[in-house]
Design a protein around this ligand. Sequence first.
Ligand SMILES: Cc1cc2nc3c(=O)[nH]c(=O)nc-3n(C[C@H](O)[C@H](O)[C@H](O)COP(=O)(O)OP(=O)(O)OC[C@H]3O[C@@H](n4cnc5c(N)ncnc54)[C@H](O)[C@@H]3O)c2cc1C
Length: 433
Amino acid sequence: MKIYDLIGIGFGPSNIALAITLEEKKLTGHHIDAFFIEKQPTFAWHANMMLDNAHMQVSFLKDLATMRNPCSHFTFTNYLHQKNRLQDFINLKTFFPSRHEFNDYLAWAASHFDHSCAYGEEVIEILPEKQGDEVSLLRIRSRDHMQTIRERLTRSLVISIGGQPRIPDSFMGLKGDKRIFHSHHYLKEIKQHVHAKKIAVVGAGQSAAEIFMDLHQRSDTAQVDLIMRARSIKPSDDSPFVNEIFNTDFTDYVFNTPEHERGRILGEFWHTNYAAPDLVLIEQIFNVLYQQKVTGTERHRFLRRHTVRKAIGRPEGIEFTLHDLNNDHEKKTTYDAVILATGYHRDHFKSLLTPLLPYFNDFTVNRQYRINSQPQFKPAIFLQGACEASHGLSDTLLSVTAVRTNEIAHALISAFNISKSASSKRTVTTAMA
Ligand SMILES: Cc1cc2nc3c(=O)[nH]c(=O)nc-3n(C[C@H](O)[C@H](O)[C@H](O)COP(=O)(O)OP(=O)(O)OC[C@H]3O[C@@H](n4cnc5c(N)ncnc54)[C@H](O)[C@@H]3O)c2cc1C
């Protein structure tokens, strides 16, 4: 069986950026034989949140390559040039392309690597390959849509699988009920609910706000309750000094800060990324609710300071027991459909790595995103997008993607002891740990 230098799990922005970096490293004589495995049948970036008016929340200059190599073929600017839209885009006078356009850019970049990515395969297991007491390789098991299991061997691994929908405990009992779903599945699922009269959106972030506005525009009659614990919807702070926390050098600062102090930094800036929609969107929601006051109709409700104590699936709908934190009262309301815009958790990589647990003390990573392992474990395993606690709030976003892949590429090059002259003949040293 062929042995790859590197297998990447997931082919979202993080691993596309890595594929680009490794491709450009070939130009300097460093050849890493990489292959990627993506569970979706084709490239798609958050396809079920591809809402008509949604825009990027990060500058297009923080694309897959510019921050690492502004001369790269894979910059957003070159994409525009290739598509004959550079002048038109300039006339838009924006740093924030539509989500549709950025998805098209990512798909364009991904298409350059069709030969080195298997789409439609979900990685289900990562197993150690032992030589004596040492683990020398990893066996990556994946399953395609025909349920066929495939196996590949690799010397190193980059796990970039994004987040998994976070379902709060009070909704766990409703698993399998098609009337309640996470924002991650929004566009696919909402189509099944065109006749829903009463809809709840739970959450206080960008996705909750976007879905509220989408539902408002989608139907003239559906009533939508936007339910959140917070007293108000706070905008994301993207003012320049605050935005400096997404600079690449801030990663060094966070990583080198003692752990207890790190938590304080994350807490201080938590609202730059979580439960903080764009101001324009907040103003649109406020305007919708204000116009209701003008016309004297109460179609939608903003149920702030409310928590969902209980959610039960009844034949007539999903019954919420809502707790009003303002007056400590409880009331019951039934919905035809419920959307949970309750965010993502990012620890799914741990279940994929379960068979390797004996070789890790914990899941801590070094500055180059490599999981710390025991000396007899030789393969290098890197995480992208799951290191917020150690590397800062930019880790789950696009902000540092391009630069992070350079750091991982350098770590790989030194792990494999790849010298320019030896690039065509791979020598894998035992100095990988
Ligand atoms: C709706 C939405 C909008 C966003 N907008 C922005 C924005 O404007 N700016 C910003 O900076 N960030 C934004 N983000 C944050 C987002 O995390 C990043 O934009 C980016 O998607 C991170 O890239 P990634 O490759 O790490 O993860 P993802 O984009 O989530 O990609 C992970 C990939 O791994 C695949 N995968 C998962 N498990 C497996 C498996 N077991 N086997 C094989 N493949 C697997 C998935 O199918 C997916 O394609 C947004 C997030 C959401 C949900």
